[in-house]
Design a protein around this ligand. Structure first.
Ligand code: TYD
Length: 236
């Protein structure tokens, strides 16, 4: 993107083993080859403090972490990510791709941990001063398939991944409900499709987004709700 228009913010969401990172990396490469400046980032993480919070919340070695603490750690990581990385990049007119964003907390902590989806959403809207993606790509994965995929590489499962299938089934339902509540802002694809097909369909949808009017893009990046909390890097 260039400085004549605001940046574009795209989130990749879905259960563990859905293939989000692969698809986000492919989209980044496709857009970069066309001359766009792309920032590919992830949650939890994306900043130095976020990466520390990531290991704090995902490693088994940290003992029991209660659900509220877990939700607050993800939200803290996201607050840093939104203010230090995402908003500045959007201010520079870049395309930001993130592996996971607010919907992950609404699904995993709100539905999976039964903290309540509305409460978790409010917490995260506060943490990010209302920064929403223009588009969310939801890769819908069957929990059994997700587990087979992620254990095939023999990687150890983290604290969340190792939860029972019923936990992952609740999360899948929550992601689908979120997409159904605002279909215009989501692209939902079955994660079992071939990687090439998924990449093609995602690029097609992103092309439509990029061809759209800049106003629609700017409108989707609300100003901070907190007085005096300026967007780093300036607006469009
Ligand atoms: P992820 O980085 O997608 O896992 P990996 O790098 O192993 O593929 O996410 C790590 C885990 O954190 C995943 O199980 C989902 C969980 N998570 C939440 O529970 N809430 C959140 O808000 C986020 C961002 C992730």
């Amino acid at each position: 993107m260039n400085k004549e228009r605001a940046g574009v913010f795209i989130a990749f969401e879905g259960g563990d083993g859905a293939g989000k990172s692969t698809q986000a990396a492919r989209l980044a490469a496709a857009l970069e080859s066309r001359g766009y400046t792309v920032l590919h980032t992830r949650e939890p993480g994306g900043t130095p403090v976020g990466e520390k919070l990531r290991s704090l919340v995902l490693d088994h070695g940290n003992g029991d972490i209660d659900a509220h603490t877990e939700a607050l750690i993800f939200a803290a990581s996201r607050a840093a990510h939104a203010s230090q990385v995402i908003r500045p990049a959007l201010g520079r007119g870049e395309i930001v791709l993130t592996d996971r964003y607010i919907d992950s907390s609404v699904a995993y902590q709100g539905a999976g941990r039964n903290l309540g989806q509305d409460a978790v959403r409010s917490l995260n809207e506060w943490a990010t001063s209302g920064l929403q993606p223009h588009l969310t790509v939801l890769l819908d994965v069957d929990p059994g398939m997700g587990r087979r995929r992620r254990t095939a590489g023999q990687a150890a499962e983290d604290r969340l991944e190792s939860e029972a299938d019923e936990f992952h089934t609740r999360i899948r339902g929550a992601f689908l409900d979120l997409a159904a509540s605002r279909p215009e802002s989501y692209l939902v694809l079955p994660a079992h499709l071939p990687v090439e097909d998924l990449a093609e369909r995602i690029l097609e949808r992103v092309d439509t987004l990029l061809a759209g009017p800049p106003e629609a893009v700017e409108d989707a990046v609300p100003q901070p709700a907190v007085p005096g909390a300026a967007i780093d890097g300036g607006g469009p």
